[in-house]
Ligand binder design. Structure first.
Ligand code: GLA
Length: 721
């Protein structure tokens, strides 16, 4: 058997090609040497298809062996990663190995986000498969980042035949495991409550998660973990699968008749019918895989480092982010230029770095029923030009930022009146409205061109140093209104490519611009977006207690510096809950920090507290940007406290944050066991002035203070002495 082996610092990934050209997956796990084909249990089994070329030998069946890139029609009846319909409507593929190549450096993907690395930091493995009947070549590409312990996968399909074929399923990665009793961890949610962690055993049959909303969605995040049943934060085997894509996706986990496990992820195959004409090529988005035997904290650190060093780009990649004030929850759409400058002035006095003007500055936008699409400054509402506002904000020593929602249009807008055919509407069907808006067909270049040029005209007219790029509805009624255009089974994907094109143009034209992603909060929080926007507004839920859970789930895949987190007013606008300013600050400091309220309504004492919070955040921000994040207490599970820590990579410094979630009479002591310290180190705590053993803080923990009242918060800063 011909072996193909990929090595990273701590992991090994091995494939094998048999004499008939079947590409099998042999092993992915702790670093190892040698031939792992002994793991294959090849023997005759009932109702298992055998390849014709095996003659009368019934031992080998693709239905049973672990496959690297399973396709429909070759005898494997489990869920395939790849499926094609030919021009007569026939399904039946048979991918066989053709060649293998290894190259220095990491591949990139035209028009799509991808992990990047310096030439010496990565290598690319390419495996070419071919379907003889269909004249289709499938190139499996692997990007190996040895130091990061990450392997990326992506697929390119080329039609070498004379007829158009229709791609019905082109997943990016598949992992087959010979047996195993695994748990699946996934992150479900809803608007204002995204990325809730759920863990459960993988049972027989297929579980499928994904999005058909046109965005990666609030409802399911494109990140999954397969773990041994015993795996915890500190110990045990776990695999991560992250999709670098911001549209419809699908993740499947299947436990088959022989107790084998298959997990796979890619573009959603539902409603996907991509015509590939002779000579054309199709590129799948990328999946990033990781394995560790050291538990969930270690897995998160792998992805955090990957995102910070090999996905996020631009000036702010490793830089401090400005502490911002956003006017949305302070004013909603009801403001004037002077009111805005007043909020900025107050923020400047309290030491903030940037003012962000949210929705409502353009077109006719006094309610959310109109104006989207008309990216011209409403000078009447602002009492002058945008430059007047940005000059005033700059004059206060602050940067100026602006909200946009480029993909959307209201029917009550100049743009819609002029170009009704630019919106997704199916002729003869009344379109679905969502927040009273329709979606622009970003699969069309002329639409992206127009929106890009009108928005860049605004950016050029003032000193805009930050953009919040929003997207506030789910997509349906997908229809491209171009005469003769038939290929709607690909429009949803091309829409996403249009969004990426828009973002890439922003990047190119304004290399120093900080772009924050947003989709009704965290409805498009994925590694595809992070390639363009190094931070994303994590959730429209700004209630600190809800946010603890949202940020907890988010932290499994995404580094906290990518998480936009703000202190908002009390009672909270979404939940009506009132929580101390201190607690709100501590929770928001677990992300890229800011405020979203009318600061002038605070008491003098509270204003002083805000000043102090900004100073504290800046003092410890290096830990957020460069440190390791540890989940200490799972909110609502381990105890009635939530706790997390940032620890510097050299383990000499740590910032521990604790929030009590409930209070009782005669309360038992909650010990906060800190992670990631040096066992042989002694740590001095700034707040208590005492010195503690790292081993004891990790083994026994620190007793959480008992203070009357709910939702109390503490920050403790430790330095090694
Ligand atoms: C979305 C965003 C909010 C705000 C509003 C404005 O809901 O998530 O932060 O920008 O849109 O309409």
């Amino acid at each position: 058997m011909e072996l193909i082996t990929l090595q990273t610092k701590n992991t090994t990934y091995q494939m094998g090609v048999n004499e008939m050209g079947f590409l099998m997956h042999l092993y992915y796990g702790p670093r190892a040497e040698g031939d792992m084909s002994f793991l294959l249990d090849v023997r005759d089994r009932g109702f298992a298809g055998n390849p014709y070329d095996a003659g009368l030998d019934r031992a080998f069946s693709p239905d049973v062996v672990p496959l690297e890139y399973p396709c429909y029609g070759n005898g494997d009846f489990r869920s395939p990663a790849f499926n094609i319909r030919d021009s007569r409507g026939v399904f039946g593929t048979d991918l066989r190995f053709k060649s293998f190549d290894m190259k220095e450096g990491k591949y990139s993907i035209p028009g799509l986000p991808a992990v990047y690395a310096d030439r010496k930091e990565a290598y690319t493995a390419e495996i070419l498969l071919e379907d003889e009947r269909l004249c289709v070549e499938v190139l499996l590409r692997y990007g190996v980042l040895p130091a990061e312990d990450v392997i990326t996968r992506s697929v390119a399909v080329r039609n070498k035949g004379r007829e158009t074929v229709y791609l019905n399923k082109v997943f990016s990665a598949c992992l087959d495991f010979p047996g195993g009793r695994y748990d699946l961890l996934h992150f479900y949610g809803r608007h204002m409550m995204e990325r809730m962690l759920e863990r459960g055993p993988l049972n027989h049959g297929k579980q499928q998660f994904g999005s058909r909303r046109g965005t990666s969605s609030h409802q399911h995040n494109p990140f999954f973990i397969l773990a041994d049943e015993e795996t915890t934060e500190d110990y045990g085997a776990c695999y991560g699968m992250a999709f670098l894509y911001s549209g419809n996706f699908s993740f499947e986990a299947e436990k088959d008749q022989h107790d084998q496990t298959r997990i796979q992820m890619g573009l959603a195959d539902e409603m996907f019918d991509y015509p590939l004409a002779p000579g054309e090529e199709f590129y799948s988005p990328e999946t990033a895989l990781a394995y560790t035997s050291d538990g969930f904290a270690a897995l998160s650190h792998i992805y955090h480092d990957l995102v910070r060093e090999h996905i996020c780009r631009g000036k702010y990649k490793n830089a401090a982010r400005p502490v911002l004030i956003n006017n949305w929850e302070a004013t909603y759409l009801d403001f004037t230029g002077d009111k805005i400058i007043g909020i900025a002035r107050q923020a400047a006095e309290l030491g903030l770095d940037m003012f962000v003007l949210d929705d409502g500055w353009f077109g006719k936008r006094d309610t959310d029923n109109s104006g989207l699409g008309d990216w011209t400054v409403n000078e009447k509402k602002l009492g002058g030009s945008l430059k007047r506002i940005s000059d005033a904000v700059n004059g206060l020593g602050m940067k100026f930022g602006l909200w946009i929602e480029p993909e959307m249009v209201n029917e009550d807008s100049e743009l819609y009146r002029e170009h009704p055919d630019w919106a997704f509407v199916i002729p003869g069907k009344r379109p679905v409205r969502c927040r009273n808006q329709l979606v622009l067909d970003f699969s069309r270049k002329e639409v992206v061109d127009h929106i890009f040029s009108s928005i860049s005209e605004v950016i050029d007219s003032a000193n805009v140093e930050y953009i919040k790029m929003d997207m506030n509805r789910s997509i349906c009624d997908v229809f491209t209104a171009v005469e003769g255009y038939q290929n709607y089974g690909k429009t949803m994907h091309e829409y996403v490519l249009g969004v990426y094109d828009f973002l890439e143009r922003l990047h190119g034209r304004y290399p120093d611009l900080l772009i924050e992603g947003c989709s009704g909060g965290g409805g498009r929080f994925d590694m595809g977006m992070l390639y363009y926007t190094p931070q994303i507004w994590c959730s429209d839920g700004t209630d600190a207690i809800d946010r603890i859970r949202v940020q907890h789930g988010t932290s499994f895949a995404y580094p906290p510096c990518t998480v936009g987190a703000h202190v908002s007013a009390v009672p909270n606008h979404q939940t009506g809950r009132s929580v101390d300013l201190k607690t709100r600050g501590v929770v928001a400091m677990a992300g890229s920090f800011g405020y979203e309220l009318d600061l002038s309504l605070l008491s003098d004492e509270e204003k002083e507290e805000v000043r102090e919070q900004v100073r504290t955040y800046k003092k410890y921000e290096h830990l957020l940007i460069n440190g390791d994040y540890y989940r200490l207490h799972t909110p609502g599970k381990d105890t009635e406290a939530a706790a997390w820590a940032f620890v510097s990579k050299d383990k000499t410094e740590a910032l521990v944050s604790i929030v009590s979630l409930d209070s009782h009479g005669n309360e038992p002591t909650t010990y906060i066991r800190i992670r990631g310290l040096r066992g042989d180190g002694m740590y001095r705590c700034d707040e208590t002035g005492e010195t503690y053993s790292g081993a004891v803080l990790m083994h026994s923990g620190y007793p959480m203070p008992v203070v009357p009242g709910e939702y109390k918060a503490w920050q403790m800063h430790f330095t090694i002495s």
